[in-house]
Design a protein around this ligand. Structure first.
Ligand code: RTP
Ligand code: MG
Length: 148
């Protein structure tokens, strides 16, 4: 089953949005298979956002994502990578549709509440980076029989 890496960013944790965000993915029918509250070391932040190394906002991005704890998660389900991105909304909350997480809870591009992998390659890479030590939890859920 497809898996993706999602993370409530430091602003979402500080604003008490963990439960709200988890609830949205649960209600959709996705299955939580990994989760931890953690501080991101600078080296991990730089590696995670490595694709943006040359961008002018890279320093701010790393400073922000390491500024407080994040809630890192792995979710699984059919088409979860693309669907989670739709549920998150556009990168800049001013362009994100109402009903999406960024559309409902964000105001600025720098503090946009949630991260989600943007492709199968990114998902595999990011799950590897964040859940290297603990792995994910494989388990069956009876409710899945009513979803699929
Ligand atoms: P993310 O990686 O955090 O899930 O966000 P994303 O895929 O929607 O957007 P991406 O292009 O990967 O950018 C990563 C994060 O960098 C910040 N950003 N700032 N100041 C700017 O113009 C700017 N552009 C992007 C955002 O916080 C974005 O989530
Ligand atoms: Mg991205």
């Amino acid at each position: 089953m497809e898996k993706t890496f999602l993370m409530v960013k430091p602003d979402g944790v500080q604003r008490n949005l963990i439960g709200e965000i988890v609830a949205r993915f649960e209600r959709k029918g996705f299955q939580l298979v990994g989760a931890k509250l953690m501080s991101i070391p600078t080296e991990l932040a730089e590696e995670h956002y490595g694709e943006h190394k040359e961008r002018p906002f890279f320093g701010e991005l790393v400073d922000f994502i390491t500024s407080g704890p994040v809630f890192a998660m792995v979710w699984q389900g059919e088409n979860v990578i693309a669907t989670a991105r739709q549920m998150m909304g556009a990168t800049n909350p001013k362009d994100a549709a109402p009903g999406t997480i960024r559309g409902d809870f964000g105001l600025t591009v720098g503090k946009n509440v949630i991260h989600g992998s943007d492709s199968p390659t990114s998902a595999e890479r990011e799950i590897g980076l964040f859940f290297k030590d603990t792995g994910v939890v494989e388990y069956s859920k009876l409710v899945n029989e009513w979803i699929y």
